[in-house]
Write a protein that binds this ligand. Structure first.
Ligand code: ATP
Length: 405
């Protein structure tokens, strides 16, 4: 590093003319200015990157905090009186008189749905019930997915057809043979392997309405609603027969718990009990199939696997090399793929990719072509897309472990 002016090597000889000295110094100045500009650009880039990571960290920290927060209970306002507000808690139907701030008082009226904390203070007002149902339950009249859209899990497709489709399409066969069709089918395996697609394909094939319920939404929101939502779910299916009920992330309501003392756990238990009683009382099931899915088979409470409940287990693994090739073909059906693209080779390279990863690679490869102002997608685009997806996954894992450390 240069400390004093005396150390600087001047860009001219001592005996140079005044004019030469000036032009040599000007040239040096230009170089320095250019370098300065480059450094400033780099600094800007680094700041932007830093900002991005800060935001990601904040988001993850916020999510972490939310997960740790104690749950709120749901209640309905009965009466707004001068002495306070009378509420009735969902779940246990107990009434209570609670105080509210003037601001909150102006937002509520009899029949408003509110969230209350452990000391029964009203924390916030809630959307009406139909909005909650719409968020937790997704209803699709004959989804568009067919078995031909699913690659690499042919055995599982056959099994699902036998156990879920046949009872809907040929119930007489089971009667004639004298056996009971499975009550519920549980699909388990890593994320993004096609479990939801399988359930949708059954609904498509049998011309049934697909009703999806997200297990995590059921219990992470507000206490006192899970059991009711489960009742509503089965009621909705009865109204839409034939129907396929798909309960995603069933581990959220049916996991083994070591500590059931917290109100959150009691709520989860109540929700699970409601699900089991709906299934147990389902002898006259009509044309309704129940499929559940989980990525955490190890966490499941064995009570839900008993006969008459989820008594058929189907493992849906990540695809093998041939499966990946097939999934590449499926997801590039409508893409403008160049002749140099070799799906067999891509399938070899993308070891450990799930079906969802393969789909993401295809979309990302298309994006690379668009960024390059091309309409044809090359082999190199697919390779670069796989690199990018792997890198993003690694960064995400790093972020998560840093936030939760
Ligand atoms: N076997 C497959 N064949 C074709 N596409 C697949 C396959 N598996 C996953 N995909 C693609 O990945 C997307 C997500 O798959 P899907 O939702 O069925 O996975 P999942 O097993 O239900 O995952 P999760 O456990 O995360 O809910 C699908 O919409 C599809 O585009």
């Amino acid at each position: 590093m240069t400390d004093t002016v005396d150390d600087v090597d001047l860009p001219y000889d001592d005996d140079a003319s005044q004019q030469d000295k000036i032009s040599a110094l000007r040239e040096r100045l230009e170089i320095i200015e250019r370098q300065n500009e480059e450094m400033r650009d780099k600094l800007l880039d680094a700041n932007a990157e830093n900002n991005k990571f800060q935001q990601k960290l904040e988001r993850l920290t916020h999510e972490n905090k939310k997960l740790k927060q104690s749950p709120l209970f749901v209640a309905t306002v009965q009466e707004v009186t001068d002495n306070g507000v009378i509420i009735k808690q969902h779940g246990n139907n107990q009434e209570a008189l609670t105080d509210v701030t003037d601001e909150m008082r102006s937002q509520i009226e009899p029949d408003s749905r509110v969230a209350v904390n452990n000391s029964l203070s009203i924390v916030k007002t809630l959307d009406n019930e139909t909005d909650v149902r719409a968020r937790v339950m997704q209803v699709e009249r004959k989804p568009e997915v067919s078995y031909a859209d699913i690659g690499g899990i042919d055995e599982q497709i056959d099994e699902v057809r036998e156990t879920v489709e046949m009872p809907l399409t040929s119930p007489g066969m089971f009667d004639a043979v004298g056996i009971e069709p499975p009550a519920g089918v549980l699909l388990y395996g890593p994320p993004g392997t096609g479990k939801t697609m399988l359930a949708k394909a059954v609904a498509n094939q049998t011309d049934a309405t697909f009703i999806k319920m997200a297990g995590s939404e059921l219990v992470h929101k507000f206490i006192g609603e899970g059991a009711k939502l489960v009742r509503d779910l089965f009621e909705l299916a009865r109204q839409h027969e034939p129907a396929v009920i798909f309960i995603d992330e069933i581990d959220a309501i049916a996991s083994k718990r070591t500590d059931s003392k917290t109100s959150g756990d009691a709520e989860v238990q109540r929700t699970m009990m409601q699900l089991l009683s709906e299934m147990d009382g389902f002898d006259e099931r009509g044309q309704i199939s129940i499929i559940a899915a989980t990525n955490r088979f190890d966490m499941l409470d064995r009570a839900i696997l008993r006969p008459g409940r989820f008594d058929r287990l189907i493992e849906v693994p990540k695809p093998g090399v041939e499966g990946r090739e097939r999934i590449f073909q499926i997801h590039t059906r409508s893409m403008n793929v160049a002749d140099d693209v070799d799906f067999a080779k891509l399938a070899e390279t993308t070891e450990d990719a799930s079906g969802a990863d393969v789909k993401a690679i295809c979309t990302e490869a298309g994006m690379f072509a668009i960024r390059d102002d091309r309409t044809e997608v090359y082999m190199a685009d697919f390779e670069a897309a796989w690199e990018k997806i792997q890198q993003e996954e690694a960064e995400e894992n790093e972020d998560v472990s840093r936030t939760f450390a």
